[in-house]
Design a protein around this ligand. Structure first.
Ligand code: ZN
Length: 219
């Protein structure tokens, strides 16, 4: 079972790198193993070529770590989310080009009223200021915003997405990157984007056959 989760994380890392959703040594990913422990990428790993030994078992409540490897220095952001969000089973942190471009600007409004997937996956996006990677402050800011969101844009850094499964978290990340790219490219091309009206968005979230709305109920 544990190996299966490790393999899934290895494949996810490769998918992120292959699809320009992560690059270099930036980014770290994790899944919940059970009520207390998460499996997170070890320090110094590269998402593009992870192997099954590249993960650390880490107790999100006590900070206890099993095994010899050092956990990613950004572990506090992951454990903070799992502590606050019992429904979350997977967390992805990376710096895809277009989402990071947004995070390095003051253009922080990422529209969710663009297309089907943005309505669904970008309903609850939160924004946090810049704090140094691995710092307690960053971990706390992420944990606090995780109560109201499934996507957190981190100023001048990148993005955190989290969900009930890796598949859903990945879909959230891809939707975010697609939306950011669309907004940037439309500006370059002088194309005016049209938004879906609020009442249609509401109707979609409540009454469409797409997927049941993920209403955030945390704390
Ligand atoms: Zn980072």
């Amino acid at each position: 079972m544990e190996n299966l989760k490790r393999k899934k994380l290895v494949n996810t890392g490769k998918y992120l790198a292959d699809n320009q959703l992560a690059w270099g040594t930036s980014g770290n990913i994790s899944v919940k193993e059970n009520d207390e422990f998460m499996l997170i990428t070890a320090s110094g790993t590269k998402l593009s070529n992870l192997v099954i030994d590249d993960f650390v078992r880490f107790n999100v409540y006590t900070g206890e770590k099993l095994g010899d490897r050092k956990a990613s220095k950004e572990t506090p952001m992951h454990s903070g989310i799992y502590k606050n969000c019992k429904d979350v089973k997977a967390v992805l942190h990376s710096s895809p080009f277009y989402a990071t471009l947004f995070s390095c600007s003051n253009e922080l409004n990422i529209m969710s009223e663009l297309f089907v997937e943005t309505m669904y996956y970008l309903e609850d996006v939160a924004y946090i200021d810049y704090y140094h990677p691995g710092s307690q402050e960053l971990g706390e800011a992420v944990a606090e915003q995780s109560l109201n969101a499934n996507v957190i844009m981190m100023k001048n850094h990148g993005v955190m997405v989290f969900d009930e499964s890796i598949t859903e978290a990945l879909m959230r990340l891809e939707t975010l990157e697609m939306a950011c790219k669309m907004i940037v490219e439309s500006k370059k091309a002088g194309i005016q984007l049209t938004k879906i009206s609020d009442n249609v968005v509401d109707d979609f979230l409540e009454n469409s056959l797409y997927k049941p709305r993920k209403v955030i109920k945390r704390k």
